[in-house]
Design a protein around this ligand. Structure first.
Ligand code: C2E
Ligand code: CA
Ligand code: CA
Length: 400
């Protein structure tokens, strides 16, 4: 692997080259300016696999350098390094990612060697960058057939209590088992379902199936709450609360055994009907969660107006919050607000042990994310619960 270090300070260059050498990376070139680095990139066959770039440099700074990298179609990895405020590095990284550059990390100087090692390991295992898959479109007829013919399947992702590790419930995440195109994730078809006016059919089908599974878990001795995602478009149907109430009764589940996760995916033309629908659902004791909290879609006004029982902090503020002061501030403020409003707190996007430990210390109640489990097909749930109950004690012991 060929590496290029771009930094105007000789000492920083030397230190980084030394650290990379210790990690077994010997093909390291260095450049004292962005201009020089660009001319090196133009030499045929000389393109590095990875560039470490300082942001603060006289002449051309790191942000401008990134733009030139895009222009020369640089395809290798990029690690941004800076002595500046952490937020500037993060902004620069965001910008580079938006240009489709492969950003492996954004670091503050001096760079600790274990962080460097981790970034290089991740970069090697995850590269080369996947070309983005073409988005397929499906007709309304095809989408309706998928719903009616039972091609949609519910997967379930556990939510667990941070304090005890106990399983609290599962969130339903729908997938489309397409006979030709394979397993399709919801982001690839929910927007089309909404635009085709079929979201009511989809939600009602997903909800009925979820309640059936919740009933089966209860009968197996696991009385767990099941969460179902609903679109804002579902909440303009005035008969929705009655439909939900009937479905819950038919399944033989307590109303509190169902939670609806609400995200505002677009601005509502008529904000009053959803308000009425949500108020009636709450009167019927159905749980309501404000999903993706902190993103533009889930706002403080909703929190003020709607009696949510749970607040789910968006994963964008969760993963990595332990090492990012801005994320941490937003996460802690959201948790604080939820607590004052008497709502249950959930963090999604808990991806590693650091996230888990940090959330435990922040007093958040529930966690969800890949650290605990990905979404599972229903037949795997009993085995997963058994496995988790063995694993969980190692995450909740004091000092563990
Ligand atoms: P969401 O409600 O925010 O669901 C969480 C998404 O994050 C899921 O993606 C889940 O697989 C993913 N995820 C879980 N843990 C982690 C983690 O640790 N790290 C990261 N980076 N991601 C994690 P999925 O299944 O692709 O669902 C995407 C979105 O589709 C959902 O976002 C939800 O808004 C929507 N959706 C899913 N099922 C339904 C449904 O039945 N009805 C409606 N209206 N929307 C649905
Ligand atoms: Ca959700
Ligand atoms: Ca979410």
């Amino acid at each position: 692997m060929k590496i290029l270090v771009v930094d105007d300070e000789p000492f920083v260059r030397k230190l980084l080259i030394h650290q990379l050498g210790r990690l077994g990376f010997e093909h390291v070139q260095a450049s004292a300016s962005a201009q020089e680095a660009l001319s090196m990139l133009e030499a045929p066959g000389e393109s590095p696999d990875l560039i470490f770039c300082d942001l603060q440099m006289p002449g051309m700074d790191g942000v401008e350098f990134v733009r030139h990298l895009v222009n020369v179609s640089y395809a290798g990895g990029l690690v941004l390094v800076s002595g500046e405020d952490e937020r500037i590095v993060q902004t620069a990284a965001k910008l580079a990612r938006a240009h489709n550059l492969k950003v492996l990390g954004a670091l503050n100087k001096p760079v600790p060697i274990d962080r460097l090692k981790q970034i290089l390991e991740d970069g090697i295992t995850h590269s080369p960058a996947q070309p983005r898959a073409e988005r397929k479109t499906y007709s309304a007829e095809r989408l309706l057939r998928a719903i009616v013919d039972g091609e949609l399947i519910n997967h379930y992702q556990p939510k667990v209590e941070l304090a005890s590790g106990a399983v609290a419930g599962f969130e339903t995440l729908v997938r489309w088992q397409h006979p030709q195109d394979g397993l399709i994730l919801p982001d690839q078809f929910i927007p089309m379902v909404e635009e085709s006016g079929l979201i009511n059919e989809l939600t009602r089908s997903v909800l009925r199936t979820a309640l059936r599974h919740a009933r089966a878990w209860r009968d197996d001795g696991f009385p767990l709450q099941v969460a179902v995602n609903v679109s804002m478009d579902n909440l303009v149907a005035l008969d929705f609360p009655d439909f939900v109430e009937r479905a819950v009764e038919e399944a033989g589940i307590a109303a509190s055994g169902l939670l609806l996760e609400v995200t505002e995916s677009r601005l509502m033309k008529d904000p009053l009907t959803p308000l009425e629908v949500l108020a009636r659902l709450r009167l019927k004791r159905i749980g309501l969660s404000i999903d993706d909290f902190g993103t533009g879609h889930s706002s403080l006004a909703q929190l003020r107006d709607i009696p949510f029982s749970e607040l789910k902090v968006d994963r964008g503020f969760v993963h990595g919050a332990w090492r990012d002061a801005s994320l941490r501030a937003i996460l802690e403020a959201s948790l604080g607000m939820a607590r004052q409003l008497g709502m249950k707190t959930v963090a999604e996007g808990v991806e590693d042990r650091e996230d888990w430990n940090f959330l435990r210390s922040s007093g958040c109640e529930l966690a969800q994310g890949w650290f605990i489990s990905k979404a599972l097909p229903p037949e795997q749930i009993p085995d997963w619960i058994a496995g988790w109950n063995l694993r969980r004690s190692t995450f909740v012991e004091p000092g563990a």
